[in-house]
Design a protein around this ligand. Structure first.
Ligand code: 13P
Ligand code: ZN
Length: 279
């Protein structure tokens, strides 16, 4: 049976759509940002011969927990603005080898391109998220402008950062009730930043990288893009509020609890002020 055109596959179309949106929001200047999408073998088999390995690429960390797993990933140094016009040059389909120390390229990343330099953070995050949510398939990193700005002007304390975001748009608590995590500033592309991010990802699906950007994870592109979009919107509102003279009134903790009850979500209780005193 003749293979179908992979450019017509839902997963490639989703990757094009999300990278284009990230670029259009101004959250991924130049080659900023990276996305990885865990795929099932049955999804890719109609499009490619999974026994045909184009080349092997070594990795400097152990991803054996993901052995044989397939990922659609963005390429290192590739500009999201170009993905739509040249997908095969800017994204690629990879499979983690049995030993977990290298990967096999099955499609794309033409002209000797390689997967994102943030592969340690992506793969380690997939491992973490899968350990708490077997439906996790997406990891997304971008340089969301207002969140990035907030890492200069706001305390980098997870509780206070989360509370500010929760209180800038009513629906934030519903979208990320577990809050956001923050790691220390670390050199991008390293195993160290990957380990720090993945550790935090066991608790929250959003992890802020101070003075750099944000990581999001979840079950599909809409969920993860929506998570980042919601946190970024809250950070944008915070920016306006600060420039309008600061907070005069805000959502109370009592109201946050009412929201949680109405929407059936469980907020991270240590991020609320004296929940016992409130109820
Ligand atoms: P890559 O081009 O290697 O994906 O790196 C972009 C980036 O945002 C690094 O954090
Ligand atoms: Zn980055």
């Amino acid at each position: 049976m003749k293979a179908k055109d992979i450019l017509e596959s839902i997963f490639v179309k989703e990757m094009i759509e999300v990278t284009t949106n990230l670029y259009n929001h101004g959250w991924d200047e130049r080659n900023g940002g990276n996305v990885s999408y865990l795929l099932k073998e049955e999804e890719v088999i109609p499009y490619i011969n999974v026994n045909k390995v184009i080349r092997e690429i070594p990795m400097q960390f152990d991803a054996s927990e993901l052995a044989t797993k397939l990922f659609l990933v963005t390429g290192s140094g590739k500009y999201f603005k170009n993905v739509e016009n040249a997908p095969a040059k800017n994204i690629g389909l990879i499979r983690i080898k049995e030993d977990g120390m290298s990967l096999e390229l099955l499609w794309g990343l033409e002209d000797e391109a390689v997967p994102t330099s943030e592969l340690p953070s992506h793969l380690m995050t997939h491992i973490s998220r899968l350990s708490v949510d077997p439906n996790n398939r997406i990891v997304m990193h971008c340089h969301a402008s207002h969140l990035l700005a907030m890492t200069y002007s706001h305390d980098l304390d997870e509780k206070s950062f989360t509370r500010t975001l929760w209180k800038m748009c009513t629906e934030c608590l519903v979208v990320f009730p577990e809050g956001v995590s923050i790691i220390p500033w670390l050199v991008p592309g390293t195993n160290e930043i990957g380990e720090a991010t993945a550790e935090k990802m066991k608790e929250t699906r959003l992890v802020v990288w101070p003075h750099h950007g944000i990581y999001g994870a979840g079950k599909d592109m809409d969920e993860v893009y929506g998570l980042i979009e919601t946190a970024e919107k809250a950070a944008e509102v915070y920016t306006y509020v600060q420039s309008q003279g600061g907070i005069k009134q805000t959502i109370t903790d009592e109201q946050l609890l009412d929201l949680a009850e109405a929407f059936g979500v469980v907020p991270r209780k240590e991020f609320l002020e004296s929940p016992i005193a409130l109820h």
